[in-house]
Design a protein around this ligand. Sequence first.
Ligand code: NAD
Length: 496
Amino acid sequence: MTTDALIAEYFASGTLQGLPQDHFIDGAFTRAVANRKMDTFDPGAARAFHSFAAGDANDIDHAVAAAKRAQRAWGRMKPSARGAILQRTAQLIRAEAGRLAVVESLDSGKTLTEAEGDVAGAARCFDYYAGAADKLQGDSFPIGADYVAFSSQEPVGVTAHIIPWNYPLSTAARGIAPALAAGCTVVAKPAEQTPLTALMLADILYRAGLPAGVCNVVTGTGIEVGSPLVAHPDVRHVTFTGSVRTGIGVMQAAAPNVTSVVLELGGKSPVVVMADANLEAAIEGILGAIYENAGQICSAGSRLVVERAVHQELVDRLATRASALKPGHGLRRPDVGALNSAAHLEKVAGYVEAAKARGIAIAAGGARTVDPQSGQGWFFQPTILDKVTPEDPVIQEEIFGPVLSVQVVDGEEEAVAAANGTSFGLVAGIYTRDFATAHRMARDIDAGQVYINEYFAGGIEVPFGGNKLSGFGREKGLEALRSYTRVKSVAAKISE
Ligand code: NAD
């Protein structure tokens, strides 16, 4: 079915045929033990369009047991054979990209164009780690002629993946692909707001040749499904992507079993624009940094830190561009999609209303809106809050919506201090034509990833993750494989 036919089917019937509704466990779609369901919503229309399994600890027990049974054979399969399965997965994702993107857009509220980008990125991720599967090599150690000493990279075992609602397929792919490449098995729990594409991915993996039990997906709430998963004694590693509060709880729940964790948490990332910057490039970068996915990005550039000399011109030009962006239902390919839930819209609107009440100037947007065609949906206008002081909540707290907060600074030192002036440290953008300034700032800004003159520069090859409250551990790149492997050293005496 073409993308256009799928869109027509959705708008005519209010749903899509053939959407997954059960867990994916041990190579098959499997009903929840308690046979309970919950709804998933189309944020662009503010209505439920499908229901799916609301799992519990019994489903997690089944999924972890399946993953544990499958571990030995998968971990011992020839690495090149594992890589071939991941390569076929990438091909299948591309072959089924149209359907995956429509479902992702519907479930999350993001624009179809953004969802298509996410699907292409997921395929690329499987390609990348397919190539890495047979390159995980160990080392040898010089302890004398009478000995042989070497290390190998073993899979850690069953891994848990807790996924948020803002990038459901991409986040699933960026955790699952390296875990499988390293020879681990997987139990993934997508966010209850966006369960569908992770289930579709598990099915694709199975059809690409993944043995039953190697990748399982259990759906449901964080408390009923996420909690028993991260606390399960047979899980050896947890990759968690989500909020700081939940991340801290996950770390505590994993502690009694001494399970390792990678935490990919929130951010309040600065885009620093120096007076000598190419403003045209900076404007394009800033618009993408804060309005892509309606600002629901952990690494969104949600703070503009700008030198006074260019502040007014930059904010005026940004405000003109932001005001021209058209929100709308994701499947109609608007400029900006919906916020993911009614509760989240309330949160974003609450931040902006409180900022207004404190007297902060609104340079663009500032209000809720709806899909222009249907008059429905959970939308917020692309917004700019100008000349905000460093301690203000809209500078210090993650809003996770299309809201840019502007901080005016004088000189490099103040810019770096402002960039570092929150408890987060995920990413940072720097716009300047001065090579030395750019690299001094990259050195001095406390963030896991720094973009110079192009926000979001990089791809699956470049490690990603946060400092401070943004978490620890790195995903993407070869670095991600570290979480899924452990080093075994063997030392042998070979002569009497
Ligand atoms: P959240 O923490 O509420 O939920 C994330 C996931 O955790 C969901 O699947 C949820 O069901 C699950 N969960 C909830 N309670 C749990 C528990 N007790 N045990 C185990 N799992 C549990 O976060 P959210 O609101 O869905 O996502 C938005 C947050 O995620 C933002 O703070 C954002 O910055 C962050 N995020 C970070 C990254 C990154 O890579 N650093 C990427 C995307 C999102």
